[in-house]
Design a protein around this ligand. Sequence first.
Ligand SMILES: [Fe+2]
Ligand SMILES: [Fe+2]
Length: 352
Amino acid sequence: MPDTGDMLRTETPFPADLDMSWLEAPTDWGIAAKPGKRGLTLDEINVGSYGEVPLDSGDMTMRPRGAAPRDGVPRLGYHLAKNDVWSKNATLLYEEAVQRQWSSATDIPWDTLEELPDDVERAMSQLCTFLTEVEFIAGDTPSQWLPQISNEHYEVKLFLASQVMDEARHLDVFRKRALANGGGLMSGGPGTGLRAIISARDFSEMSAIMHIIGEGFIQSLFRSGELLSNSEAEKRMFRLAAQDESRHVSFGVMHMKHMLETEPERREEIHSYLDSGEKIFAGTGVSASGGSVESLGILLGGGVKHMDEGLKKLLAIRKRQVNEYMHRLEVAGLGDRRERMTSAFSPMLNPA
Ligand SMILES: [Fe+2]
Ligand SMILES: [Fe+2]
């Protein structure tokens, strides 16, 4: 059987000045990746040279990993090396994100919302206003790192793109809840803690503060969503958002683990990011910003009259947030954080 490549080279009917040099690209040819149990996933196509992830190729062009380089093409400003951004579960998390997308328009049983006492509706509307702000930052932040990550490390880019989509849905579902039951948006927050996330200058700093502290705390809060909810719609909203958040947190944990294993000399640097991140979140962050403490107290108590009881429950949630945070750090290989955690959190730690 004649070789198609040879035929094209010798028998092409097109004018001689056509550039057919791409046929000579010295790439891996003959690859036939096969679907696995979960289908044809990214892990299944990471075969041969296509699966070799360079630590730092120096290639800042748009060339996809495995394609042949070309002379004279422009750089695009990608400058981060593999260890700066890598997390070995990025492929798995991306595939899961694609499979588990949901629609705030049709997957939330909005018809289960019922009229609530005015104080409870206002508290939920305030919480949703605050959460909408949180979700804007959680989407804006990964998006500004995408143009810095090499195409050779595309797995991380795909995961972060899926996070941007998840956060778009989160901000939309909380906005919809605020507008769906006779309330509306309430007061914007001071944004101090959120600004620290988007202003981080290093990817691992950003990931430690956003994925592990910020989204970790939000994830623990969403997992307590049953306590905040007065309808199946609200329960589902928190449950589905929590499912997405667990991917974002998991990426951050595995990135930190990878970084500590490959560049152990950065350990103290990571502690320094956590020192400032914890202080920001203890003071003005997730649980103490823009009326969120008060609104959570009202929701957990079941009305402003029982806010004291609600604030006690909030303390239990805060304890859960701190202990789940510590557990994630242990998984990442930073168990020594227990001795160094900010004094605002450390009294809430369960014994090791
Ligand atoms: Fe989110
Ligand atoms: Fe998130």
